[in-house]
Design a binder for this molecule. Sequence first.
Ligand code: FAQ
Length: 316
Amino acid sequence: MTVHSFQEHFDSKIDREVSIEPRDWMPDDYRKTLIRQISQHAHSEIIGMLPEGNWITRAPSLRRKAVLLAKVQDEAGHGLYLYSAAETLGITRDQMYDQLHSGKAKYSSIFNYPTLSWADMGAIGWLVDGAAIMNQVPLCRTSYGPYARAMVRVCKEESFHQRQGFEIMLSLSRGTEAQRKMAQEAFDRWWWPSLMMFGPPDAESPNTEQSVRWRIKRFTNDELRQKFVDVTTEQAKVLGLEMPDKDIKWNEERGHYDFGKIDWNEFWNVVKGNGPCNKQRIDARRNAWENGQWVRDAALAHAAKRKARTGETKAA
Ligand code: FAQ
């Protein structure tokens, strides 16, 4: 087959909704885009463990501690499935780690904000996992097979995360005045950064058009952001919390909520590395990597010894 006919075959698979698999021919830019998106997604899951990890020892009850611990472990699992999916495209895990630790790779802006109170665990579950599901359910139908399959389990776990967050917010908002205030204050801080998670507006998103054509992305950034606003505004009513955006208003004609202006300067500032916790997050990952060197060395030495021993047994 010529490159031309390879391309035709690829295009026809995309049009027929047949998934692209690791051994299939694919355009270089399709491969590059997937490596970029999947590895950044993996990094987000791993860095995303840090803000919540901060509260495991301070969770207010044994039940809350067990649930939070399980959630943070789930995020580690998501990172691992995603690194594995990216590896099928020809990048190694070490290369991806190196890109993260050197600051070359991006990860979601949301994880560069601090977790100041217990209510932040509620707000993260409700809003951050809520935004993650909104973005990731359509990715279960993304055109690259290994990414789509990884997303199925990730989304099931994320919906448990979202519910546990909502339940924390519900308990706090129905609790004492101090607890209600804590919930409102967390909502106020996490609202705008959650809207930023969906990425820049479509008009300023260099990757969306091509990714939608390749069916990597099934919806644009603005479409997903709007769905999220519509759903969470209704959920805030159930919680009895006030929307942090005073301009939010139902638009009968559009059948959607109109909402206020997002501060895109803040978003780009965080993406460029100048958010409140960027340095702390990367330092924590680098330290974990460096301090874990002896564990990796020990595991390799153990594997080599076992291999030598079973080799000896076989020879005998
Ligand atoms: N933060 O042209 P677009 C989670 C970058 S997982 C930082 O629109 P694209 C689970 C973008 O990379 C959360 N950078 O890009 C959890 C690009 O730069 P590049 C992560 C951002 O790829 C919950 C540039 O801006 N989810 O939360 C952000 O078409 C709780 C231009 O943007 C995923 O990764 C951002 N928010 O669309 C864990 C989902 N937005 O790479 C723990 C998969 C954009 O060209 C606790 N990813 N940029 O240098 C996606 O759906 C897409 O990659 C988007 C961005 C929608 C994030």
